[in-house]
Design a protein around this ligand. Structure first.
Ligand code: ADP
Ligand code: MG
Length: 430
């Protein structure tokens, strides 16, 4: 019973910081999901491991039965090498200060044991939740395994096979079970807390979008039909050649048509936002699609005296909706062309595969943006152009998000912008 109480104490030492991390860090900025705070992870892991060591389960000599290494494993998996190593060192110092000595066998077993979570760390964030829980079980099992090995070695050194029997083997067995259970529970809690924070930031983002889409789309739909009719008839009227007309009339005609086209563009963007939910996912060749979009935009580029260069690896596949992805590419290429300077304008398109991600780069040598301008990208109606809608990137962002991709902007004023888009590779296709 006493042991059970001690275990519960350890569990609270471990779980409390996890939720505190959520309260202090993840909930800080509801609109953006923050980066991992490695310092906070290191501090929390060190403190909770130290507390577990100070209040051990059972007797002090039974240190290995406690849960003190769970925070250290979590620090490695979620905080990385530095966080893990610092927390481990601190826990070793605490152990030494509290109890004066440690079993020398620990010097061999501890590094081998922590080596295993270090193996998992690099790819940890890519694993799905069930995989993480499964690997949690493996890591827990490895700890039990190493303790038995350690005991075996000690008993061999002591030349007394009876030594093994003296250790409470059954108790050790149960403590390994506890250990696995609480390690998996901690991983589950962290994932739960993270998912929650991510969901909240997505909600804030999509709330903005919903406001634009729902109201605007219904209006847009109603306006588009009469507009199409008007455009058709105006074109018909204009096509009758009237030679007595003053030459200025021709400019006016073009202006009327181009403004009508612009109105239609705006309406189409609104409808695109509203139609975000209808995705037809299939395996698609991103290389071909990018080449296609580049040639589609060539005439617009020529019109602005901008050249487009391409360096696209063949056969890059993702799972996605062709029309939506095309829209993303066209929006980004269009923005690049519009940003580029007249005459020396140059746009480069790259596509490649890096770490199971398909990466697209849209590079221009245009006007660029300041930091504060970049923060506003994707907000509905944000535009710096006279005739811009400020909806292109809003649509683009939400399409990319729906494909589980990411978009990054790197820009400096007057020297240009690089937009990086990454999609998960279509792994079913080899
Ligand atoms: P629009 O193109 O209609 O203005 P977007 O949502 O496509 O709307 O873009 C919003 C704003 O972001 C643009 O007005 C422009 O100021 C800025 N922007 C986007 N892409 C670039 C780029 N490649 N270089 C410089 N500024 C850009
Ligand atoms: Mg645009």
């Amino acid at each position: 019973m006493e042991m059970f109480k001690d275990f519960l104490l350890h569990v609270s030492f471990i779980l409390f910081p996890i939720f505190l991390y959520h309260a202090l860090w993840l909930s800080r900025t509801p609109a953006h999901f923050p980066k991992t705070n490695k310092l906070l992870i290191t501090v929390f892991a060190s403190i909770s491991s130290a507390l577990c060591i100070m209040y051990p389960v059972g007797s002090i000599l039974d240190l290995q039965t406690g849960l003190q290494s769970i925070p250290l494993v979590l620090a490695i998996l979620y905080g990385g090498y530095m966080a893990g190593i610092v927390a481990i060192l601190i826990s070793i110092i605490v152990k030494f200060v509290m109890y004066g000595s440690f079993l020398w066998i620990g010097l061999i077993v501890v590094p081998i044991y922590f080596f295993i979570p270090f193996l998992f760390y690099r790819k940890w964030h890519q694993y799905s939740k069930p995989n993480k829980l499964f690997y949690g079980v493996l890591i827990g099992l490895s700890k039990g395994f190493f303790i038995y090995i350690g005991l075996f070695v000690v008993s061999l050194m002591a030349y007394s096979p009876a030594f093994i029997m003296q250790q409470k083997l059954l108790e050790l067995f149960f403590s390994t079970l506890y250990y696995i259970f609480f390690l998996v529970l901690s991983i589950y809690s962290i994932e739960f807390v993270k998912e929650n924070a991510e969901m909240r930031s997505q909600l804030v983002q999509s709330e903005k979008l919903t406001i634009v889409s729902e109201l605007a789309a219904s209006v847009a739909h109603e306006v588009r039909n009469p507009l199409t009719v008007v455009r058709g008839f105006i074109q018909l009227l204009f096509s009758s050649d009237n030679t007595k007309e003053p030459p200025a009339n021709k400019d006016y005609k073009n202006l009327v048509l181009s403004e009508l086209d612009r109105a239609q563009d705006i309406i189409t963007s609104y409808l695109d936002i509203a139609k975000q939910n209808y995705y037809q996912i299939e395996s698609l060749n991103l290389s071909k699609l990018l080449e296609e979009c580049a040639s589609l935009m060539t005439s617009y580029a020529n019109f602005k005296s901008v050249t487009i260069h391409q360096s696209i690896e063949p056969d890059l596949y993702i799972q996605g909706d062709v029309t939506k992805i095309k829209q993303v590419m066209i929006n980004l290429i269009k923005n690049a062309i519009e940003a580029a300077p007249e005459h020396e304008g140059k746009i480069e398109l790259f596509a490649s595969k890096e770490n199971h991600k398909i990466c697209l780069y849209f590079v221009d040598n245009g006007v660029g943006m300041t930091e504060s301008q970049m923060k506003k990208l994707g907000e509905p109606y944000y535009t710096l152009k006279n005739k811009g809608t400020g909806l292109g990137l809003t649509v683009t962002f939400s399409i990319i998000e729906n494909h589980h991709g990411t978009i990054r902007f790197k820009s400096s004023l007057q020297s240009g912008t690089t937009v990086t888009v990454k999609f998960p590779e279509d792994t079913r296709r080899k």
